[in-house]
Ligand binder design. Structure first.
Ligand code: CAO
Length: 572
């Protein structure tokens, strides 16, 4: 018998994913590969399988928690002999927002003056005390230089707020300024009581550990002569995600690590000002970028934490109420219940995220859509001839793999579509690879898995991959990495119907092909009308990146390939 910790596998992104559902409870028996939790990112919903079979001793996460690759999910009692794997819970390169139940909620980095959050971090804090800002040693020398304390391996960090002015009287522990790295925010407290005589940095400056940031005139000789080590712990600047009493006791192994290794990343959270609500640095940054005053926003995260969504919803709300923002007129709110029975249903995260992405693309991208029909009469008879062989191979041969391959060859021939606009507005990124996304109508919402190196794969491989990825999407098993890196997208509604539609560009890609239902139509062969099969295509593109002539060439090339498959289809 041994105890094993089941962790989040590589989810292909540095971002934290939210626990949307916990599928196991303490005491349950689980099998290897059995789904234990569902994680949701902006792009995907992923069922995480158990890496071990056995009995669940404890579930370390709950719905709403934010987890990254490597985070501990649960502990399992297995039948197998002890395995070394259980000895250590990994410290992922970037732990996002572990749960209240996650066992190691320690800070990204901890300034020497930050108070320990609880017993398991006290040792760490004590270890660093020797690095506290140094006071001048004599009674007379009342000037205290305040340097940036130990900020871990954060390197240069930005001063995002100066909390005092020259001549302000401060108490020991009062916040002088706030620093923010990519991972955390940190308030730098005053090492002593006194008057601020100099501020050596300004908002927006980048500072590093040891750099002098302010000078204080201590109150009397007391502070100057008092070694900072002796004073009580200064006001901590990063807050634990949950009060210590809510967190489980750590094992000795974990305590050792928290004292000797770089601390696992913890929910970087900073008190928002009213002492009861918290926002991580990424959220604060977003709020600053959008000019949002966080105190006006209602937090929805666990323990009153702000989420990015809160900030975005606030902005949407303001725009909707005020009709402001790019002059977009407000859509009036309607009380539909006045007209009949209604049901208000919460949108899934994927649907919400799709809505936000579509809106962003629609507002940012000047769309143009071009239409044509490909005569696929020959291709269709060829495909049907190959159906029996496809069945033998266990694959489904629909028109899609042919369309994918034809698009890849067209992207090669017309690389003006294989680009993205650099956000600097001055460059274009030309991609030297051809990865194509395909829209899948999954129960949770629209998913766009990406097939890599389409130009290098044959039709059979593409047929296999389309089916595999569509199945994964429908089973909620796509990982974020399965949906990244696309150069171009295909949205095929051919099996469903319709004569044409205008797909929305999946930005930062610059082109998307809409495929509608093939239909038999009369074709004039010079002597008579004969039945031919036509596939309606619609090519939407970002007119900032692609001009109409390029788009015309692209679609014409594509139609040409689909109309004459002999030159390029390789089915062995
Ligand atoms: N014209 C006529 N018939 C078509 C066709 C077309 N353009 N495309 C597919 N078909 C046929 C197929 O050949 C198959 O019939 P047979 O079994 O007789 O060969 C049948 O329709 C069903 O195909 P399919 O849907 O199982 O497979 P696919 O490869 O065509 O598509 C997938 C796979 C995942 C793209 C598709 O199932 C899907 O989810 N489409 C929806 C995409 C979407 O939602 N787009 C909108 C995004 S924006 O809101």
């Amino acid at each position: 018998m041994s105890k094993q910790t089941v962790k989040v596998p590589d989810i292909g992104t540095d971002q934290a994913a939210e626990v949307a559902e916990v599928l196991v409870s303490e005491g349950d028996s689980v099998e290897v590969e059995q789904s234990i939790i569902v994680l949701e990112t902006d792009k995907a919903s992923v069922e995480v399988p158990s890496s071990h079979a056995g009995k669940v001793i404890s579930v370390l996460v709950k719905e709403g928690d934010q987890l990254k690759t490597g985070a501990a999910i649960m502990e399992v009692q297995t039948e197998a002999e002890d395995e070394a794997a259980d000895e250590e819970v990994p410290v992922p390169a970037e732990q996002g927002e572990p749960s209240a139940g996650a066992k190691e909620p320690t800070a990204d980095y901890e300034g020497p003056t930050a108070a320990p959050r609880d017993e398991d971090t006290r040792e760490e804090s004590e270890r660093k005390e020797s690095k506290r800002p140094e006071a001048q040693p004599t009674e007379e020398a009342k000037e205290i230089n305040v340097p940036v304390p130990d900020i871990g391996d954060a390197g240069d960090v930005e001063v995002i707020e100066i909390s005092v002015s020259v001549d302000d009287e401060v108490e020991e522990g009062d916040t002088l300024l706030v620093l923010e790295s990519d991972k955390a925010s940190m308030e730098i407290p005053s090492p002593a009581s006194g008057k601020v005589t100099k501020l050596l940095v300004g908002e927006g400056d980048k500072v590093k550990q040891g750099q002098q940031i302010a000078v204080l005139q201590s109150a009397g000789g007391k502070a100057a002569g008092k070694a900072p080590e002796e004073k009580p712990e200064a006001k901590r600047t990063e807050r634990p995600v949950s009060p210590p009493e809510q967190r489980p006791t750590t094992t000795p192994v974990q305590q050792t690590r928290s004292a000797t290794q770089a601390p696992a990343q913890l929910p970087p959270a900073v008190e928002a000002g009213d002492g009861s609500i918290y926002a991580g640095p990424a959220v604060r940054k977003l709020a600053r970028q959008l000019g949002v005053d966080l105190s006006k926003v209602k937090p929805s995260g666990p323990r009153n934490r702000y989420t990015k969504e809160d900030v975005r919803s606030y902005v949407k709300d303001v725009i909707a109420r005020g009709g402001t923002g790019a002059g977009i007129p407000q859509v009036p709110a309607v009380d539909f219940a006045k007209f009949g029975e209604i049901k208000r249903v919460k949108m899934s995260k994927i649907k919400r995220s799709t809505a936000a992405n579509m809106h962003r693309a629609w507002l940012n991208v000047p769309h143009v859509t071009q239409f044509d029909d490909a005569d696929i009469t020959a291709l269709e008879s060829f495909r049907k001839e190959k159906k029996a062989e496809a069945e033998k191979r266990g694959v489904k041969l629909t028109p899609l793999p042919f369309i994918l391959k034809a698009c890849a060859l067209t992207l090669k021939a017309e690389p003006s579509f294989n680009v993205s606009l650099d956000p600097d507005g001055e460059h274009m990124i030309e991609k030297q690879y051809i990865h194509i996304g395909m829209a899948v109508d999954a129960p949770g919402g629209l998913m766009v898995p990406v097939i890599r190196d389409v130009d290098q794969k044959d039709i059979w491989q593409l047929a296999e991959e389309t089916v595999a990825l569509a199945t994964k999407a429908r089973d909620g098993k796509l990982l974020p990495k399965d949906m990244q890196g696309g150069c171009f997208s295909i949205s095929s509604l051919g099996a469903i119907g319709g004569q044409g539609f205008t797909p929305v560009v999946n930005t930062p890609e610059v082109g998307i092909l809409g495929v509608s239902k093939a239909a038999i139509k009369p074709f004039w062969d010079g002597e008579a009308f004969v039945p031919h099969t036509f596939l309606p295509l619609s090519l939407s593109y970002d007119h900032r990146a692609v001009n109409g002539a390029d788009a015309g060439r692209f679609l014409t090339h594509l139609v040409g390939l689909l109309s004459d498959y002999r030159e390029w289809v390789d089915l062995g």
